[in-house]
Design a protein around this ligand. Structure first.
Ligand code: MRU
Length: 355
């Protein structure tokens, strides 16, 4: 795949360009950002989404914030700038790690100009590292699939591909690598209500790649595992606690339970920046609650001109209340293996593999 055509984030001559994922697949629309406030809005409103892509965008946002200032820094202003980006989305730990590292890199630096240069360079470095990590992760994932089989049927949830990362993807990266190793892969993509990352973004990526993909609604996976041989469930993650409990897009937990019931391996694909060893287990992972309207109406996807890209129409009675937790936590007992750029291992091995 031509990854430049697909990249959700690019930086050229001081302008941050994001592929607007709210309006895909209806329209390939690009947003040019020049301020940290616009960057934070784009992260919050999910014009860019996916844990690695959020972290990279956040650091570019810091660079834009630094560029808007001049002279010597006041440490409180730096802290406020970092806090503003940090507040954009809470669940994925990648952003928080990236902001900590960004802060460390400017500890001895005085001018805003140098902050700008250092943060811009760090964001570019993150993009390169994320792509190479994903390529390694993909290869490691292939090792878990039988060598004597040439066709694999997998279920995935949300979007973990080139759109959510700097390229290749994590769970979708394993799917790409499986195909690149000469296999036929058939993907069943959970539509992933309410934001529809599966039906809008994963199906789009798979179709562009020529990988067979069938969209299923989130409640269909049990039926599917009952009626077809599914070789694996592959998902990404937003934060993994020290014991392996894993936060990922809402609906992942249900899928993991169904996979266990059907003895289908459930693989969580994660780069190092997803592991939050400061949390003993999943209970303290912050879960983002989003607007009720994302659940009750189908017309929340609008571009800057207010044009709609999904079927307009209300899917619930006027005034109906809704819950919209954006992530859930899958207990480690449902996870067959983590797939990372540094190998595949069980939840119980996190301590030894990450120390
Ligand atoms: O709300 P989103 O679309 O940012 O959620 C994305 C996910 O849950 C992904 O599975 C996760 O960030 C991993 S992306 C490599």
């Amino acid at each position: 795949m031509d990854s430049s055509r697909f990249s959700p984030i690019s930086w050229k001559e001081g302008i941050l360009t994001l592929l607007d994922q709210r309006v895909l697949p209806g329209k390939k629309s690009f947003l040019n950002l020049e301020t940290v406030d616009d960057t934070v809005t784009c992260i919050r409103e999910m014009a860019v989404r996916g844990a690695p892509a959020i972290a990279i965008t956040g650091v570019f946002g810091l660079a834009l914030g630094a560029r808007a200032q001049s002279g010597n820094v006041d440490k409180t202003d730096v802290e406020n700038l970092i806090a503003k980006v940090f507040a954009s989305r809470p669940t994925a730990v990648n952003l928080s790690f990236a902001l900590k590292e960004a802060k460390k890199r400017v500890e001895q630096v005085l001018s805003w100009e140098d902050h700008y240069k250092i943060w811009k360079a760090y964001a570019v470095e993150m993009m390169q590292k994320d792509l190479s990590d994903n390529l390694r992760l993909g290869k490691n994932g292939v090792s878990l699939f039988s060598k004597s089989q040439k066709e694999f049927h997998v279920i995935t949830h949300c979007n973990t591909g080139a759109l959510a990362t700097a390229g290749h993807g994590t769970a979708l990266g394993v799917i790409r690598s499986l195909r690149d190793a000469g296999n036929k892969v058939v993907v069943y993509a959970d539509e992933t209500r309410p934001f529809l990352q599966g039906s809008r973004l994963t199906a789009f990526e798979m179709m562009e790649e020529g990988i067979e993909c069938h969209i299923i609604t989130d409640g269909m996976s049990g039926w599917l595992m009952n009626h077809k041989k599914i070789d694996a469930v592959l998902v990404g993650c937003d934060r993994v606690a020290a014991n392996g409990d894993t936060a990922n897009k809402i609906g992942t937990y249900n899928l993991a339970i169904v996979a266990k019931e059907h003895s289908v391996p459930f693989y969580v694909c994660a780069t190092r920046d997803s592991f939050d060893l400061s949390l003993e287990d999943g209970r303290k992972i912050p879960i983002e609650m989003r607007k009720e309207e994302e659940v009750t109406v189908f017309d929340f996807l609008k571009n800057g001109k207010g044009e709609l890209y999904l079927q307009p129409g209300t899917t619930s009675p006027a005034g109906a209340r809704a819950l919209n937790p954006s992530f859930d936590v899958t207990p480690h007992k449902f996870i067959s293996s983590f797939i990372t750029e540094f190998g595949c291992f069980l939840p119980g091995e996190i301590g030894s593999r990450l120390s």
